[in-house]
Ligand binder design. Structure first.
Ligand code: FUB
Ligand code: ZN
Length: 644
């Protein structure tokens, strides 16, 4: 299967009215802020211990390992973010800092290539003996991704060599020596090994990635056998009575039909399945990817593109089970869904996969970070009552305000690497074509049969639906421009050099312009007025409710604009929605106004729970703001699905 490629980040510059507030944060705030945290330089914050663990493993310091067993992955994701940032914003100081971190990683590597501070410091004799909980392969996968990104951004191969040595050891342990048939308890290394193969050409890495996928779910279950071995000690009490579904090891991956278990593990695995399916032209594996993607997006995904309905075990539950105020919707899981969907789009050239990429990026990825870049959501609810988010309840995992850091800090650096690599989602290319996926103002350079094409995109999306594209190349040349028509757009028009195109060709959701280009202007206009959306009535939590969207953006009500007790509000879906741009609100945003009702408490006193007072309603105006921006003002209630 010929996969479309992403355009190198070095060839993309983003300057966009919607995204600048996040992309500029990456080098200016997020990277330095997170570096300080990884180095334990910040007070009043959950201590990371991440760099300190590396120093101990390297022999520079004495002490005990501290933090989560996968704490090393925070540094890996941070370095990956740095690499993408350097590709777009070269910065000598930052590069020196990253080189220092890589030097430290090299020193923490063991003479045989092994690299993991938890097992090096704490359980040196137990390498690869607790694949279920140990996360060695998960951490290694993140390190591999970071090493590849750093090599591509800087041309320096030190980190790459470090990771190749570890990858060689892993291949040796898991494939050459026949006493090991295991696979990771948390998928991720499959993605890392595949990327390592792509830059080094070493087939052993590719074979190992495929083998990890193919072993998974074979009987007897590896993890159930592993826990019977003498000396096995679980690291997570919640894994008692382990259900292989949790790690998608209940069935061979090719036979799986439903998205099950831990959401992040699932989508990382599906991403790797898509990589391997494309590489091996493996239709059977690709069919499994399609089924699993459909299972998520048609039955188990929130309107915000987030996944994982249950706070217990961070997992998928059952079809249409999408509670709004006690869901998990981990930021990492949304990121994984975007990674999986992007790969599916690259393989199939079908824009409906990008609809989900866009939904995820515009909603539940950026809801994960505050507008000042210094606090983060791990869990992304669709309805919050701050007073109820208390310990030992079904809402204890829901935080009504973003936190400066977490003991388990997988999400914040994941957000950093995702924002820093945003350009990879905007364009795809092959030898003859450029694909425009997202309408983010940017400049890109793409090679079409050895000839450079410059694409300049200008838009104010999603505040309005107008997109201008300038295509220029030194000599006239035939090429194909494929412009995504989002699934939510019902009316649109397109012109080239001022001439309206009457019956544009649309294939798999992309409008195809195939012609000679030299210096041309393409104008597209999508109708993206605010709209009301309903959930399938099988989604019990949302029956009788409606949500407001504009383009890919989901909107929400906040207490700051609408008063408290948001569930007492009703939206009049018969009356129109009005929009206006408020330059002073939340960094400048389109606000949506609607009319509705509020149940008033007139007849009730506070000591009455139940009585025969018929509800009394008063007319109210409702003010909706973009969901990803919620929680950036006063702490208060938030609500996406409003009673109709
Ligand atoms: O286990 C590593 C990461 O920690 C997972 O991906 C997240 O869900 C969190 O549990
Ligand atoms: Zn996470």
């Amino acid at each position: 299967m010929k996969k479309l490629s992403s355009v190198s980040l070095k060839n993309i510059k983003i300057e966009d009215s919607f995204w600048n507030r996040y992309t500029h944060l990456v080098p200016d705030v997020i990277i330095p802020y997170q570096w300080n945290i990884l180095n334990d330089n910040m007070k009043d914050i959950e201590t990371s211990h991440c760099i300190s663990n590396f120093k101990i493993a390297a022999g520079y310091e004495k002490g005990e390992f501290q933090g989560a067993v996968f704490q090393d992955s925070d540094l890996a994701k941070w370095l990956e973010a740095v690499a993408y940032s350097l590709a777009t914003h070269p910065d000598k100081g930052l590069e020196d800092m990253a080189d220092g971190a890589i030097e430290l990683i090299g020193k923490a590597q063991q003479p045989d290539g092994y690299l993991n501070t938890y097992f090096t410091i704490k359980e040196p004799g137990k390498r690869f003996s607790n694949l279920r909980d140990g996360h060695e392969l998960y951490v290694a996968g993140h390190m591999m991704e970071a090493a590849v990104a750093y090599y591509q951004a800087t041309g320096k191969d030190k980190f790459l060599q470090i990771m190749c040595r570890f990858a060689d050891l892993i291949c040796e342990h898991f494939s050459v020596r026949n006493d090991s048939v295991g696979y990771p308890g948390h998928q991720e290394i499959e993605i890392g090994l595949y990327k390592l193969y792509q830059v080094t050409g070493k087939k052993a890495y590719l074979r190992q990635a495929k083998s990890f996928l193919d072993r998974r779910g074979k009987k007897p279950n590896y993890f159930l056998e592993e826990e019977k071995k003498p000396g096995f000690q679980g690291l997570f009490p919640e894994f008692e009575n382990y259900d292989p579904k949790y790690s998608q090891s209940h069935q061979p991956v090719r036979e799986q039909t439903k998205a099950e278990g831990h959401a992040v593990r699932a989508v990382y695995m599906y991403s790797a399945m898509a990589d391997i399916a494309a590489e091996y032209d493996d239709e059977e594996l690709m069919d499994a990817c399609r089924r699993l993607w459909n299972s998520i997006t048609k039955k188990r995904m929130y309107i915000t593109g987030s996944i994982g309905s249950s706070g217990i075990l961070e997992r998928f539950t059952t079809d249409y089970d999408l509670p709004n105020n006690c869901n998990y919707s981990e930021t990492c899981a949304t990121i994984g869904l975007a990674l999986f969907s992007r790969r599916m789009a690259q393989i199939t050239r079908d824009a409906s996969y990008i609809d989900i990429v866009e939904k995820s990026l515009y909603n539940s990825v950026i809801s994960g970070v505050a507008m000042n870049g210094k606090s983060f959501f791990y869990v992304n609810p669709l309805e919050v009552w701050p007073d109820n988010c208390i310990d030992r309840t079904s809402k204890e995992h829901v935080k009504p305000v973003r936190q400066k850091w977490y003991g388990c800090a997988c999400c914040p650096p994941n957000i950093a690497r995702t924002l820093a690599s945003l350009g990879e989602y905007i364009y795809f290319a092959d030898e003859q074509s450029v694909w425009i996926n997202l309408f983010i103002s940017s400049q890109a350079k793409v090679m079409i049969e050895d000839q450079e094409f410059k694409i300049s995109m200008e838009s104010n999306y999603p505040n309005d639906g107008k997109i201008q594209l300038y295509v220029s190349t030194a000599q006239k040349k035939k090429a194909k421009l494929a412009i995504r028509i989002p699934g939510y757009v019902k009316e649109w028009k397109i012109s080239i050099d001022g001439a309206h195109i009457e019956n544009p060709v649309v294939e798999n959701g992309y409008c195809i312009l195939e012609q000679e280009f030299e210096s041309n202007e393409v104008n597209v206009e999508f109708a993206i007025a605010p709209r009301i959306v309903w959930a399938n009535p099988l989604v019990k939590e949302d029956v009788g409710k409606a949500a407001v969207m504009k383009g890919p953006l989901v909107y929400c009500l906040e207490e700051t604009d609408n008063g408290s007790n948001l569930p007492a509000l009703y939206l009049d879906t018969e009356k129109g929605l009005e929009e206006y741009f408020d330059p002073d609100l939340l960094g400048g945003t389109t606000v949506i106004k609607a009319t509705g009702k509020r149940v008033v408490t007139r007849d009730w006193n506070q000591d009455e729970l139940y009585a025969e007072h018929k509800p009394v309603y008063k007319d109210v105006d409702l003010t909706f703001v973009p969901y990803p921006y919620w929680g950036n003002r006063d702490t208060g209630e938030m609500l996406v699905w409003v009673k109709e």
